[in-house]
Ligand binder design. Structure first.
Ligand code: FE2
Length: 201
């Protein structure tokens, strides 16, 4: 599980920039983390300086900025949070598979792990425009949820377990318009099932 971020800073990547190759190249990761994620953090830092948001934990900024319709603060804070969650939703591995209570819950709510993977890939591929595709737990059941742009499950009651970033900046250098190839590689080779299971609690 992620710790609450009490300081507004760019968290360290949990692996080296080339660790997710060949699915995600070091070049993509370098831009995505070092420019996009870093940019959201830098923008947020500037936006909240001297404001009522200064000193709040990141999750709290996301929720309050949304409630107060402080759109630039919300967009940058939510993107900062979503990206940290995304880095942890991936892990370099060869043959990982869902285990234990996560496997049991996927089988209960999607029929089988393969059926879940198919539905998740379909949702991530079909999602229009920029956004995020999540595996969440809500009211005792697992579900797939799409959020547009910077939107995040932090705003609702669903508990996020795993996320894939489907903004073009996540895959365009490696796959251009072929989002389905990025999604397929991601779900088979990168999805961090241990992180998802820990989030299930
Ligand atoms: Fe991104």
């Amino acid at each position: 599980m992620l710790d609450t971020q009490t300081r507004i800073e760019l968290p360290k990547l949990p692996y080296a920039e080339n660790a997710l190759e060949p699915v995600i190249s070091a070049r993509t990761l370098s831009f995505h983390y070092g420019k996009h994620h870093a940019g959201y953090v830098a923008n947020l830092t500037k936006l909240i300086e001297g404001s009522a948001f200064a000193g709040l934990a990141l999750e709290e900024i996301v929720r309050r900025a949304h409630a107060e319709k402080a759109t630039p603060v919300f967009n940058n804070a939510a993107q900062a949070w979503n990206h940290t969650f995304y880095w942890h939703s991936m892990k370099p591995q060869d043959d990982a598979a869902p285990k234990g209570k996560l496997k049991a819950a996927l089988e209960r709510d999607f029929g089988s792990v393969d059926d879940f993977k198919t539905q998740f890939a379909k949702a991530a591929t079909a999602q229009f425009g920029s956004g995020w595709t999540w595996l969440v737990a809500e009211q005792g059941k697992l579900a797939i949820k799409a959020t547009a742009n910077a939107d995040t499950p932090l705003l609702g009651s669903a508990k996020p377990l795993l996320v894939i970033d489907v903004w073009e900046h996540a895959y365009y250098l490696d796959y251009q318009n072929k989002r389905p190839d990025y999604v397929a590689g991601w779900i088979e080779k990168l999805a961090n099932w241990d992180f998802a299971e820990a989030n299930l609690g």
